[in-house]
Ligand binder design. Structure first.
Ligand SMILES: [Zn+2]
Length: 512
């Protein structure tokens, strides 16, 4: 009798399990890299609605769609902690975020370099209304806050100004920002001093946020800049993160060793300091930032153009520009997504001097008058420094993507194809971890970044040897290749290697 009852119960619970476990997708026999840095194991993964419902060894589960994952890697979708995808999300067909999705990226952070709004809810509502090809999380940016309270001129805040700025940081944090982001190269953030940033960071700290920064200097003053980050972390009491860590300028090449030593020392003393990095030897930013003397940037673009038209100011600006060498001018190349200026793409400042038959001080002024916000790549890094940083256990992958630069199209694929497989800098499980679990944990992204039951189904399926980063400095806007499936919240945005043009991305708020 007992046996019969037991058999009935077993049968019944078996039926129940089968009924419960009818997934939308069931991916069988893939090599699962769970995002924690652990090596791959062959497992089966079930997805229903927007969640991972099952991870295990039972292959008999039912599903509407069964995918044979044999020979494929299954991992969490990549999380990109530093992007300028904001404007892509606002565009009518750019909101699919194809350059990212093609690399297996399922979450992008926006508001980087201190450019993000403090009105997170409002900007999230705009993104949601249009739809998103990937998930979006945001930083509250220092720039708009300082600009609102103090304008764009060279001004220092008084106590009341600081209080006013703190309220705006608080708004951003309350609305789910991951933390405070700064870009201390950019107007008006460039005028701030450390104590001001410490005060604002204290608000981010109160809400469990992070300090994320594009440092004041990535070249000659790199050590001072890192010390500033450390001071902010200590005095405000929050984790800190250095975006696109790099060594710029030939005379600084090799100093990655010094920087690594400094960061390691503070990490050993208990400081939570990490960084992200893209694997390319050129950076990209507004050309004015590298060309103009600092004082000439004050007030913003319109004010800069006024100075370029003012004979006295122009004389001083030209005296500054004339010191540039041919070698320096050859390293700076126009690279813009701005359609009306793209005829200049690929041309160096040196090329423009030749073409326009002008000395550099005239050519640079002509260029900035044509388009004050024009961007360009600077070939100022050494591959060895990039490699050194990439080997550190505190460095994540971050594209800084958004502009006309291979980093937008091929950062994550370059890490898999080139750094992990070809150069064997680190194993595949680490290439995955530094773009998934490590990032989710540092930035408090809830229930993502790992392959785990109950987590959101942000999942990619690919053969490592098929991953190709096609974008390079000559052919920039070439999408990466190799993703067979990319699921965002359980919906495929890439299905059997084709874009589905679905927009299943969600906005993400910092975990409480
Ligand atoms: Zn930056």
């Amino acid at each position: 009798m007992k046996k019969i009852v037991l058999a009935v119960i077993l049968l019944y619970s078996g039926v129940l399990a089968a009924q419960q476990k009818s997934f939308d997708y069931f991916i069988k026999n893939a090599t699962v890299y769970d995002g924690t840095g652990a090596a791959g194991t062959i497992l089966h993964v079930g997805i229903s609605k927007d969640k991972i419902q099952y991870v295990g060894t039972d292959s008999t589960m039912q599903a509407k769609n069964v995918i044979d994952g044999r020979g494929y890697v299954l991992s969490p979708g990549f999380i990109d902690p530093h992007t300028h995808a904001d404007r892509w999300l606002k565009g009518d067909d750019t909101n699919y975020l194809f350059p990212w999705v093609a690399q297996g990226v399922t979450t992008v952070f926006v508001g980087s370099d201190g450019f993000g709004t403090y009105e997170i809810n409002k900007s999230f509502a705009t993104f949601e209304e249009k739809g998103m090809g990937a998930n979006v999380a945001a930083f509250v940016g220092f720039g708009p806050i300082r600009s609102k309270v103090l304008g764009n001129d060279v001004v220092q805040p008084d106590k009341a100004d600081i209080e006013e700025m703190k309220i705006l940081v608080e708004q951003g944090m309350k609305e789910g920002a991951l933390g405070l982001s700064t870009g201390l190269l950019y107007v008006p953030q460039i005028w701030s001093k450390t104590p001001e940033i410490v005060e604002l960071s204290k608000v981010a700290a109160q809400y469990g946020g992070i300090y994320d920064t594009h440092m004041r200097s990535e070249s000659n003053n790199i050590i001072q800049s890192i010390n500033e980050v450390i001071t902010i972390g200590k005095e405000a009491g929050l984790p800190v993160h250095i975006s696109h860590i790099k060594i710029s300028g030939e005379r600084n090449w090799g100093r990655s060793t010094e920087v690594i030593e400094l960061i390691d020392k503070h990490r050993a003393a208990g400081m939570d300091i990490t960084a992200n990095q893209y694997p390319f030897v050129a950076s990209l930013t507004g050309l004015k930032n590298g060309l103009m003397p600092k004082w000439a940037l004050a007030g913003g673009n319109a004010r800069m153009v006024q100075r370029l038209n003012d004979p006295e100011d122009l004389k001083k600006i030209k005296a500054f520009l004339v010191k540039r060498t041919d070698e320096q001018n050859k390293r700076v190349v126009v690279s813009t997504l701005d359609k009306e200026m793209q005829y200049l793409n690929g041309k160096s400042l040196y090329d423009l001097c030749q073409e326009w038959q002008l000395p550099i001080e005239e050519a640079a002024v002509k260029l900035l008058k044509l388009k004050p916000s024009i961007s360009g790549m600077s070939f100022t890094m050494d591959e060895q420094d990039i490699l050194n940083f990439s080997k550190q256990p505190w460095v994540m992958t971050g594209s800084d993507g958004g502009g006309f630069h291979p980093r937008t199209y091929a950062t994550f694929t370059q890490i898999v194809e080139n750094y992990s497989l070809a150069k064997e800098v680190f194993p595949l499980e680490w290439a995955i971890h530094r773009a998934t679990g490590m990032t989710a944990r540092k930035f408090k992204i809830p229930n993502r970044g790992e392959i785990r039951e109950g987590y959101f189904a942000d999942i990619i399926l690919f053969k490592p040897e098929e991953v190709k980063a096609h974008s390079d400095f000559v052919h920039i806007d070439r999408l990466s290749e190799g993703m067979r499936y990319v699921f965002v919240n359980g919906k495929p945005v890439i299905e059997e290697k084709n874009f589905t043009k679905k927009l299943p991305g969600q906005t993400i708020k910092r975990a409480q």
